[in-house]
Ligand binder design. Structure first.
Ligand code: ZN
Ligand code: ZN
Length: 358
């Protein structure tokens, strides 16, 4: 940038210091910033500071390094320029932007083909959440008819995602092996994977609780979960302090929910998007996936009131919330007993697929 012809004031002097920084150095600093920004505004505010920062902030190196939190746009703030920004990041080779925009296009904007292509682009670069999301789509035949379910493809995608450490994928794979769903049945191996998924989840919980007690500010996921708990005053667990792990109910933070999942839920719950008639959202709070056709998701066979896109969501929601809410409707009229949340596999109610029974 050219040095201004006029100088003299002190502020003009400060401006000069920035002007003499070479572009490469500014791009390097902005890349560090975009990868560590804690919110979209944290990064976007820089772009509106001056023309030079706007130009260099949109440099492909800066956009390619942007972290998932830069894409954590609120559904109510979705706009053409937010869409354009995500596209720029995708074009710069940002894998997380591909996944986020893929999820938004597939589920919210109902541009299924383009959404799938973007998720596949991220999956090819070993993005675990993209691999798992594609698995969920294959298992449910989302975006098509139930004949388009491809269980084998779902299992293969889950296997790749679980190798990359995706806990929900590991859990899903464990259930598939136990039940012989899309893969040859191997109960012992399925059980082993479910134990491994629980161990990883427990490690995550311990790490979160340790971090929250050692730092004055709790992680936002823990706060989010508590806030949600207060909206459900009729639950049994109402202690305010963090319970022991054996309670394993409301003290458990939602494990690393991706911003794309929050976006989906907000999109449909805030009215930015409208669910088609008879379609439901996955009941797990950290998911947000909607059905793409009636009776696509499995429902809890004990109460029949909640629906899940996957076993991963069902098992998590069971531990986090549904265990406290689920009651067999039959008990109101028939005192046979039994049921009562029916612990199954790694601790979830038996879930039936609506499509399988009707
Ligand atoms: Zn779900
Ligand atoms: Zn239930």
């Amino acid at each position: 940038m050219r040095r201004p012809l006029r100088s003299s004031s002190q502020s003009q002097h400060k401006h000069d210091h920035f002007d003499v920084l070479p572009d490469d150095l500014v791009v390097f600093i902005l890349s560090k910033l975009s990868s560590s920004a804690s919110s979209p505004s944290h990064f976007i505010n820089i772009l509106s500071t001056c023309k030079r920062l706007n130009r260099l902030g949109l440099h492909h190196l800066v956009l390619s390094k942007a972290g998932a939190k830069v894409f954590a746009v609120k559904a109510k703030n979705w706009s053409e320029s937010a869409h354009r920004f995500l596209k720029l990041c995708v074009n710069a080779g940002n894998v997380d932007a591909s996944y986020t925009l893929g999820m938004i296009r597939f589920y919210c904007l109902q541009n299924r083909r383009s959404g799938l292509a973007l998720m596949a682009k991220a999956a090819m670069k070993s993005h675990a959440s993209a691999l798992y999301s594609l698995a969920v789509i294959q298992f449910n035949g989302s975006g098509g008819s139930k004949r388009e379910k491809d269980l084998r493809a779902g299992v293969a995608l889950c296997a790749r995602a679980s190798l990359l450490g995706h806990v929900d994928a590991l859990r899903e794979l464990g259930h598939c092996l136990q039940d012989g769903y899309g893969v040859r049945q191997n109960i012992a191996e399925g059980r082993r994977l479910l134990v491994q998924a629980n161990a990883r989840e427990l490690a995550f919980v311990i790490r979160s609780v340790t971090q929250s007690s050692s730092s004055p500010s709790s992680p936002s996921s823990l706060l989010t979960w508590r806030a949600h708990r207060y909206q459900n005053q009729n639950h049994a667990c109402q202690t305010d302090s963090v319970c022991s792990l054996s309670d394993f109910v409301y003290n458990v933070p939602v494990p690393a929910v991706h911003p794309a999942n929050w976006f989906l839920r907000e999109w449909f719950e805030s009215g930015s998007g409208v669910l088609g008639e008879g379609l439901r959202l996955c009941a797990h709070i950290g998911c947000g996936r909607p059905e793409t056709r009636p009776h696509e998701f499995r429902r809890c066979s004990v109460c029949g009131k909640v629906n899940y896109c996957s076993r991963g969501c069902q098992a998590l929601d069971w531990k986090l919330r549904h265990k406290m809410e689920c009651s067999p409707v039959e008990l109101w009229v028939d005192d046979n007993g039994g049921g009562g949340g029916g612990a199954h596999g790694d601790g979830g109610a038996v879930v039936a697929n609506n499509e399988a029974v009707g």
